[in-house]
Design a protein. Structure first.
Length: 386
């Protein structure tokens, strides 16, 4: 039976090729308020049905919805889709307020016969999957520290539309949604690309508390967002994850920098200028001054099997095949009735880190407790605990 998918948000079609690489799956509907872009993208990708009204698309015969709209719409549109009996894959972040995260959790639990998956595709980047496999095999020993950084100068997206269609006038004087929900926020407003992969290496642990500090305003003082924000996450186990967000500084893009430290070895992603993914494993009795890195590529045979056997069509979906495999897992969860690899509890916890970071940095780095969304406690119970 063919699985029919609708996408809301015509600027967010990163998963389209992934769906098309899976047998018996069709993207049959596209929804966007921007009529020109909607028609252009539907024609380009041969999507038969278009909608400007989201509720109209939900009344059609689609089975699943991909929410790819601006982040302040994610929770409302996800809940509407669940209530309409659709499965949902939602782009990052999961929501823009702590209240929204509780609404999302409650809605997903209420509609437990439908799949909700958080579309954090950086978890599916091949190198991150390779490190996860090596962690699972115990090659790093006990891991206790990780880092994730998202450094991407996107100041130009604060004004005007993210993308113009042919014939559309430039709108540089128009304020975009990003000016409010990203550059209008302090702290790490966009944490999940940095945090998601590292948390999958620390699988089974959870973030207990966070503390955030920032540099102040130097490059672009017209924004509330500071040049660089750094968050320390303390896990339930006592281990640490450090996050850095910088979408303001004038510097080259490095949106996928990670490190991992364990008792037997460590890993570092590239910094640029010819650098490469590198790894080190400790040998008993070695001279610490002679410890040396090795290319991570030496261990490519430890990639999960599906990454080793990726087809050209799957790889072309984006992120070196990651955008195919995240879609494959979503579809498999629907068809098999299984728990998605990145569920609503991951979505809420990882997003909460960013939301609470704003409170932390505005209170001088105050330590903020992160609610345990996995527990069957109520929103009111969590407020009392906080």
């Amino acid at each position: 039976m063919t699985l029919k998918v609708g996408i809301v948000g015509a600027r967010g079609l990163s998963n389209l090729l992934g769906f098309r690489a899976i047998p018996d799956v069709e993207v049959t509907a596209l929804c966007d308020l921007h009529e020109g872009l909607l028609k252009e993208q539907a024609a380009k990708f041969n999507i038969p049905h278009t909608y400007r009204i989201y509720e109209d698309m939900l009344e059609s015969d689609i089975d699943a919805v991909v929410v790819s709209t601006p982040m302040q719409l994610h929770v409302q549109q996800t809940i509407q889709a669940l209530e309409a009996g659709k499965h949902v894959m939602c782009e990052v972040t999961a929501g823009v307020t702590m209240d929204e995260l509780w609404w999302l959790k409650e809605a997903v639990e209420k509609h437990s016969d439908k799949v909700f998956m958080f579309a954090e595709n950086y978890c599916y980047i091949p190198t991150n999957q390779l490190i996860a496999n090596m962690v699972n095999q115990g090659m790093f020993g006990e891991i206790y520290f990780g880092e994730g950084e998202y450094i991407h100068d996107v100041k130009h997206l604060a004004y005007g539309y993210n993308r113009r269609v042919p014939g559309e006038q430039a709108a540089s004087n128009k304020t975009s949604w990003r000016n409010y929900w990203q550059f209008g926020k302090r702290g790490i407003f966009y944490p999940t690309h940095s945090l998601g992969p590292v948390m999958q290496w620390f699988k089974g642990d959870r973030i207990k508390s966070i503390s955030t500090f920032a540099t102040g305003w130097h490059t672009a003082p017209q924004f509330r967002q500071e040049d660089t924000s750094v968050t320390m996450c303390q896990l339930e186990s006592g281990k640490l994850i450090k996050l850095r967000l910088d979408c303001v500084s004038n510097r080259p893009h490095n949106g996928a920098y990670y490190t991992l430290q364990g008792t037997k070895g460590c890993y570092e992603a590239p910094r640029g200028l010819g650098d490469q993914h590198k790894i080190y494993f400790h040998t008993d009795g070695e001279d610490p001054n002679k410890a040396a890195w090795r290319p991570l590529s030496d261990f490519n045979d430890l990639l999960p099997e599906r990454y080793r056997n990726v087809t050209e069509e799957q790889r072309s979906a984006g992120h070196w095949g990651g955008d195919y495999f995240i879609v494959q897992d979503f579809v498999d969860s629907i068809r098999n009735g299984t728990k998605p690899p990145i569920d609503v509890y991951d979505a809420c916890e990882w997003t909460a880190v960013g939301l609470l970071s704003e409170l932390s940095v505005t209170n001088g780095g105050r330590v903020m407790d992160v609610p345990d969304f996995h527990k069957n406690s109520t929103y009111k119970d969590q407020i009392i605990r906080l």
